[in-house]
Design a protein around this ligand. Structure first.
Ligand SMILES: Nc1nc2c(ncn2[C@@H]2O[C@@H]3COP(=O)(O)O[C@H]4[C@@H](O)[C@H](n5cnc6c(=O)[nH]c(N)nc65)O[C@@H]4COP(=O)(O)O[C@H]3[C@H]2O)c(=O)[nH]1
Length: 957
């Protein structure tokens, strides 16, 4: 042994000193290394010495007085004293020896047979083994520590039985078991029941090599998904499985959720962009498919770019507000909502409803911006269309009343400022309703579009053409130097509208009536201009249409009057201010009254007698005509029954019926009820219907009239010739009578057109088996002419005005007394040769009369053309001699008219001067039989006149 070798310290725990000495000697003699043997003689002393940790080995006597070496070893182990022990025993202690080894003694030696060599070898062996055991224990405890305190849950499982041999703290915490419960645990118990475990997919998370997913359950039954990595090991000669367990439940959930989010973003119909907020200029780092679809850009085109390229290259004012919002939001880091006009890759614009939201990290720093785009171009265009429709007329595309109102107020402001004049033209198409009703609404629509187009074409760019309802157009001229400048526009407009329309193969003519109002902008309510122009237009209509009128204050008064009248009419109906007058219709042949027409009258308490021509149209507008008409009908029936009871049974009553009454359901019942109520025979009642009544709801009206006719009631077509006459309607109407409107009768004796129409209507009506009444027969001449032309009934002031019922009774009584109204051409006049002389010079007339009287003619002489017509109408004239040169009209013109009205007459011109052209024309047209010159030869002229009478007789008979 060298000096440097360490001293081997040995402790002997022995109660026998001799044994100590023997052992010391043995060691000194045999140990190759320097040893020091310390001796204690008691167990407690031994423990104390050992606790110093200074000894490489301890020799312990089995029997230590009252103590046992075995107990000492046990106690030492309990005190974690790791010093190796060699037990010294006596002979025959074999069993105890074995127990000592079991307790951890390294060896045992029998004292009596102990030699130095054996002792040293045993000591070395004990020390080596102790060192090996310590190193093993050291490493075992490291590993245990590693296992136990590993934060990753781990289990040791016995293969086959799957019993859990060990579970580290993390695993116990994961599953919720305590160490004491491990004995009864198996891996299967950790697993969730198989049937609740659907196929697991690791999609979205990365598993470790060899890792598998299993559905496990905690102690309380709560399920979780774990990743298990299993490794086979042999520990202490025992094969074991080491399970590394990771709870991936939330990881999987997160991954699933992330995938869901990703899929939603991918499949969103909104374009989604993500930009990196940590880089300058916010480059795009993600764009979804919808973005590509909306913009036409591929993701690759846009990655790394700032979104502003979507705004195109041009400055767009409409984007300014949206961009300001975005800048503000980006700066503040708040959510942003803005609408921008963006451009697709192909350059087409679209409206982008943009929502930008910042994304923050855990520290609250903005890392990204998410932009959600919505292409709202369609909505925008629908909004635009809606806005257009709100302010425009859908049919013509012209501004409507709302927009007109707007423009009118603006115009007022401007004209006030610049001292200009505004004029408003109100144009209403004449008779458009009839065209619309007869040719169809589609046709009417086309017509309105065309009218709108024509009007638009004639105004300047600052003017407005609007359509405010059906057939009403407005032209707003906001910038006139003076109001009169509107005249040229209104005249052009009327002229343009009057040009023919060629639509759908039809040619239609249309006129318009217009009203003009104007202001210098100072008007309080600009829309009042519209009312004023409307009133003026109404006046233009009254003046015969196809013309225009300026607004004046008196129109306003008239309109107020009409409004007041409308309101008072109801009181009139309720308070019996109405009465019925009767006007006789005279039989043209007998001169007797055959029929009376009931005509309503309104005796207003303050306004006096109001004409039905004023209030009937109002009653029609308000619908009051229904009640009013029924009242007249009943009153007329009652009075007629009264009349019959007074002996005038031959007399029937005519009652006017408005088209509105005819269209109203239940009208037939109204008629039957009236008849029944007073017991008037149906054939004693006649209803007068205007021809235009059939233009609207034709079928309904015609059916109603047929039903009325079937009752036995008669029907007359009133005001014939004034409406939109259609001969085909007359054929359909179950009428008995036609009443020629008084506008034709008025000039019938001198106006060849009126005469032709009257004669035509009489002839047509007779061919259809209808009777004809002439209205407005004001003179004897009218009556005679009409009688001559075979008119059946005559009505007019020439015979009687409309009168109260009592007056009618008196009138009829008077007639019954023989005072017939026969203003018939006398038989004499029919038989006699009658000659009419017309010359504006009295002396010539006298001379001629004197000369021709000798030949026995009945001579009618006059200086006036008008009177000549009357004489012709009232008398059966055969020959006419007319001067050529007269102030009213030329002789040839007069005779040409006479030819049209009285074609049977023989017509001679007597003239002092010769306008050859007009005379030859007249002769060629057949208007003149002979042309005689002044001064005349008495004999010659008498012969010519005689020949003329002969000629008459020859041609007429
Ligand atoms: N210038 C002139 N006029 C003559 C002459 N003879 C008659 N008249 C007038 O001509 C009109 C004839 O009636 P109408 O054509 O049916 O025209 C009637 C009729 O359409 C309507 N009317 C009158 N009463 C009623 C009624 O009870 N119901 C309905 N629906 N309408 C009525 O009012 C219109 C006007 O009635 P009135 O003012 O009573 O006017 C009456 C009558 O007074 C004449 O020789 N010369």
């Amino acid at each position: 042994m060298t000096e440097t070798e360490p001293l081997l310290r040995i402790l002997l725990i022995e109660d026998d000193e001799d044994d100590y000495l023997i052992t010391r000697d043995l060691l000194q003699d045999s140990s190759p290394v320097s040893t020091r043997l310390d001796w204690v003689d008691s167990a407690s002393g031994g423990i104390t010495a050992l606790e110093t940790g200074d000894y490489a080995v301890a020799l312990v006597d089995l029997r230590l007085g009252p103590d046992s070496g075995i107990d000492l070893i046990r106690e030492a182990r309990e005190r974690s004293i790791s010093t190796p022990f060699i037990l010294l025993t006596g002979q025959g202690d074999d069993e105890l020896d074995v127990r000592a080894v079991e307790l951890g003694a390294a060896d045992y030696l029998v004292k009596g047979s102990l030699d130095g060599h054996t002792l040293i070898r045993s000591i070395r062996y004990a020390i080596d083994r102790a060192m090996a055991t310590e190193s093993l224990a050291n490493s075992e405890s490291h590993y245990r520590l590693l296992f136990e305190s590993n934060p990753a849950p781990m289990c040791l499982v016995a293969p086959g039985s799957l019993a859990l041999v060990s579970m580290n703290e993390a695993a116990r915490a994961l599953y919720g078991y305590s160490n004491d419960e491990l004995d009864s645990l198996t891996l299967d118990k950790l697993r969730a029941p198989v049937h609740t475990s659907p196929r697991l997919s690791s999609e979205g998370i990365l598993l470790r090599e060899g890792g598998t997913l299993e559905r496990h359950q905690r102690r309380g039954g709560e399920e979780m998904i774990v990743e298990m990595v299993s490794t086979n090991m042999t520990i202490n000669h025992r094969p074991l499985q080491v399970l590394m367990i990771t709870d991936v439940t939330s990881q999987l959930d997160n991954s699933r959720q992330l995938r869901l989010f990703k899929r939603s973003i991918e499949s969103s119909s909104n374009g989604i962009l993500i930009t990196d907020a940590r880089q300058d200029d916010l480059p795009i780092i993600y764009a979804n498919r919808a973005f590509e679809k909306i913009t036409g850009y591929d993701t690759a085109d846009v990655l790394g770019r700032n979104c502003r390229f979507l705004q195109g290259d041009v400055f767009d004012l409409s984007n300014e507000q949206g961009l300001a919002e975005i800048r503000r939001g980006l700066k503040k880091g708040t959510d942003i909502s803005a609408v921008l006009r963006n451009y697709r890759k192909d350059g087409t614009p679209f409206w982008n409803d943009l929502y930008i939201s910042p994304m923050r990290d855990e520290q609250g720093e903005i890392t990204h911006f998410i932009g959600v785009q919505n292409d709202i171009s369609e909505r925008k265009s629908a909004e635009h269309e809606l806005a257009f429709n709100i302010s425009h007329d859908v049919l013509t595309g012209l501004p409507n009343r709302t927009l007109l109102e707007d423009r009118l107020s603006q115009a007022c402001q401007l004209s006030r400022r610049y001292g200009r004049t505004i004029a408003l033209l109100f144009l209403d198409l004449d008779g458009f309703k009839l065209i619309n009703d007869s040719l169809g609404h589609r046709f009417g629509d086309q017509l309105l579009v065309e009218v709108g187009r024509r009007l638009k074409a004639l105004v300047r760019s600052g003017d407005t053409v609007a359509r405010i309802s059906g057939d009403e157009f407005i032209i707003l001229l906001p910038d006139l130097a003076q109001a009169e400048d509107a005249v040229i526009v209104v005249e052009t407009a009327i002229h343009e509208i009057a040009k023919p329309y060629h639509l759908d193969g039809e040619t239609v003519h249309l006129t318009a009536s217009a009203g003009i109002s104007f202001t210098d902008g100072s008007i309080d309510k600009p829309m009042a201009l519209l009312q004023q122009a409307d009133l003026a237009m109404y006046r233009a209509k009254q003046q015969g249409r196809n013309t225009y009128q300026w607004y004046s204050q008196e129109f306003n008064e008239e309109a107020s009057y009409r409004v007041a009248l409308r309101n008072e009419l109801q009181d009139a109906i309720d308070q019996e201010q109405l009465s019925v007058y009767y006007q006789p219709l005279i039989d043209a042949h007998t001169g007797q009254t055959r029929n009376v027409e009931a005509l309503v009258r309104w005796q207003h308490p303050t306004r006096g007698l109001i004409s039905p021509a004023d209030f009937i149209p109002l009653a029609e507008e308000t619908g009051q005509i229904i009640a009013l008409g029924e009242w007249v009908l009943r009153k007329a029936c009652r009075d007629m029954v009264h009349l019959h009871s007074r002996g005038f049974r031959h007399c029937s009553i005519s009652v006017n019926v408005s088209p509105i009454q005819l269209r109203k359901e239940g009208f037939i019942l109204t008629v039957t009820n009236a008849l029944k109520a007073f017991g008037l025979p149906p054939e004693s009642l006649e209803l007068e219907v205007v021809e235009s009544a059939v233009l609207l709801d034709t079928d309904v009206v015609i059916n109603t009239l047929h039903a009325i006719r079937a009752l036995g009631v008669h029907i007359a077509i009133d005001d014939f010739g004034t409406g939109f006459s259609s001969l085909s309607y007359i054929k359909l109407l179950p009428a008995n009578k036609i009443k020629i409107d008084r506008s034709f009768i008025k000039d019938v004796i001198e106006n060849r057109s009126d005469a032709a129409i009257t004669q035509g209507v009489i002839s047509m009506a007779h061919h259809l088996g209808l009777e004809v009444v002439a209205e407005g027969v004001e003179t004897e001449a009218h009556a005679t002419y009409l009688r001559k032309n075979h008119c059946d009934l005559l009505q007019g002031f020439a015979f009687a005005r409309p009168m109260p019922f009592d007056d009618l009774l008196a009138f009829l009584n008077d007639q019954g007394a023989g005072n017939t109204l026969a203003t018939r051409t006398s038989d004499r006049s029919e038989q006699e040769r009658t000659l009419l002389l017309l010359d504006d010079e009295e002396n010539i007339l006298r001379a001629l009369t004197r000369l021709l009287r000798r030949d026995g003619y009945r001579i009618l002489a006059t200086t006036s053309v008008k009177e000549a017509f009357s004489l012709l109408a009232a008398n059966q004239v055969q020959v006419i001699v007319s001067d050529q040169r007269m102030p009213e009209m030329s002789g040839t013109d007069f005779l040409s008219a006479v030819k049209a009205i009285h074609p049977e007459t023989v017509r001679i011109v007597l003239s002092g001067y010769t306008d050859l052209k007009s005379v030859t024309d007249a002769i060629n047209e057949g208007a003149i039989y002979k042309f005689l010159t002044k001064p005349w030869d008495d004999k010659q002229i008498r012969e010519h006149i005689q020949q003329a009478f002969l000629y008459y007789r020859a041609t007429v008979s």
